[in-house]
Write a protein that binds this ligand. Sequence first.
Ligand code: NDP
Ligand code: 8X3
Length: 252
Amino acid sequence: MKTAFITGASSGFGAAIAEKFALGGFRLVLLARRTDRLQALAKKIGTDCHLISCDVRDGERLREAVATLPPDFSQIEILINNAGLALGLEPAHQTLWADWQQMIETNCTAVAHLTRLIAPGMVARRRGHIVMIGSVAGNYAYPGGNVYGATKAFVGQFSQNLRADLSQHGIRVTYIAPGLSGGSEFSEVRFHGDAEKAAAVYVGTEPLLPADIAECVDWAVRQPAHVNINSIELMPTCQASGPLAVNRSQKV
Ligand code: NDP
Ligand code: 8X3
């Protein structure tokens, strides 16, 4: 039975990926801060799960959690770097510095750290697949995307550079960049718990859902071992990238 390690499994994409993988017969390591959510998910999906309550920004705790994986869960075949967040949609000069820091620590530093902790075992076994959840925000600029988009661009470039190092060891790396997605806590987190503002993001749209992202991840990891899906970008049909804009209304 293969073991998959999924970060951010307490909600949204991570929980949907866990459900999909459980159907596929994976053994799961599920990580998030909210233990009660992880426990409820493990009960629902009914597969073998090892739960890790951890803030990924706590480097010492992360190291300890990986070092003390029970023997049945210690040979990670698939790592899903999914835990992440956006905070704020203000223009760059009006954002909270603490929000920028939290996004960089969660979306960049912790992703790099966990990958650094898990990759050596994959290399030693010559088996493994690292899946990164990025965002269209890392591929296209939009007002208010500032540091969030930049953290996801980091994830995209990190994925490519990992492949450059790890392909010779038989390790696969896939970068998945979803667009507008509902059915998760993403927007509520982004707007610091303002449910009305969060709901407004999806008005008049039919966004992607966590199950759509789980479907892509599942497809990518089920390819034969000689096939590496480098990247997938998906958007809901109602979304498209906008044109380059020239602001002619201001004199500088
Ligand atoms: P959710 O807010 O529903 O899920 C985020 C998950 O990340 C939660 O399980 C949360 O768990 C976990 N998490 C956040 N911070 C930490 C932390 N410091 N330590 C441990 N776990 C943490 O959002 P989504 O499912 O929508 O987002 C998942 C990923 O997809 C993110 O990386 C996001 O940037 C990306 N994404 C989202 C899109 C969207 O529109 N929804 C589109 C494109 C990409 P807990 O709070 O319990 O710790
Ligand atoms: C989430 C998608 O467009 O809100 O990463 O940045 S978007």
